[in-house]
Design a protein around this ligand. Structure first.
Ligand SMILES: O=C(O)c1cc(=O)[nH]c(=O)n1[C@@H]1O[C@H](COP(=O)(O)O)[C@@H](O)[C@H]1O
Length: 268
């Protein structure tokens, strides 16, 4: 089954809120855990108790594992394996992007069957959407997905993403839509876009058509960055909406019931 279909099925059962797994030093401290690989492992165990098999998806931000070197990355491998075994989709937030030949290495790492193999990965299109082709091919071959940055939740992206007419962000969405149509004709594609829940005004002022994507939209920015789930619904247009929420959920930890309630409170 395609990633797009699996995401739709999971969200029909559990709702569109994806648990953002961002173990900032301050979150570990608030949870009474050390800022080291053992702390990350314990953090993952608590998250698994609260959410494995009980939410549609999680989005681990790999930076917070990378900062602890190989033992940090081992904790990430454990997290990915535990959640995928429980049937929860894992969207690894690695924001990769490089020339095609190098991209093939990233595609193997994040969309293959190795230790970081995930259901989907986030990608950056600055080297060109076409340069990401090895990841798109791997996604099609292995029933995985990708979310490519289009209009990010932070204000600093505006000068680059809004440049040109049509805006660069529209060009990214157009190329993704064409590629979805080629790999997954007649059905929703598994190549998604990242469109911040905070991006409503930019979408209007740049005259962006998000529906050309015909794939899922990952809309971060809800909670700590000030946007609401209703704003996220607007930016996704007619595409399937997936809403990652990190700090606004994790702040309720380490109490497992508190975490579950914080997830439900955001859900539609
Ligand atoms: O790709 C992302 O997930 C992402 C894109 C974007 O435009 N803005 C954005 O905040 N993110 C990520 O989404 C998460 C947001 O975290 P919270 O603001 O705590 O919910 C972080 O992991 C960010 O790296």
């Amino acid at each position: 089954m395609t990633f797009a279909q699996r995401l739709a099925d999971q969200q029909a059962a559990f709702g569109p809120i994806c648990v953002g797994v961002d173990p900032h030093a301050s979150i570990l401290e608030a949870w009474g855990l050390p800022d080291n690989p053992a702390g990350l492992t314990r953090f993952s165990e608590i998250l698994a108790q609260a959410f494995a098999g009980q939410v549609a998806s999680i989005k681990p931000q790999v930076a917070f594992y990378e900062r602890h070197g190989s033992r940090g990355m081992a904790a990430l491998e454990g997290l990915i394996g535990t959640f995928r075994e429980a049937g929860t989709l894992v969207i690894s937030d690695a924001k990769r992007g490089d020339i095609g030949s190098t991209m093939a290495g990233y595609a193997d790492a994040w969309l293959g069957d190795g230790p970081f193999g995930s259901d989907a990965v986030t990608l950056s299109p600055y080297l060109g959407v076409g340069a990401l082709k090895p990841a798109f091919e791997k996604a099609a071959e292995n029933d995985r997905g990708a979310f490519v940055l289009a209009i990010t939740s932070n204000p600093e992206g505006t000068s680059v993403q809004g440049a040109g007419d049509p805006a660069a962000a529209q060009c990214v969405l157009n190329e993704l839509g064409e590629t979805n149509g080629r790999y997954w004709p007649g059905q929703p594609g598994s190549l998604g876009a990242v469109i911040g829940a905070t991006a409503g005004e930019r979408i209007s002022s740049w005259s962006i058509d998000v529906n050309v994507l015909a794939g899922p939209v990952l809309a971060p920015g809800v909670g700590a960055q000030g946007a609401t789930v209703q704003q996220a619904q607007v930016v996704a247009g007619s595409n399937l909406l997936c809403v990652p929420v990190s700090r606004a959920i994790l702040r309720a930890g380490p109490d497992v019931t508190g975490l579950k309630n914080a997830h439900s409170a955001q859900n539609l």
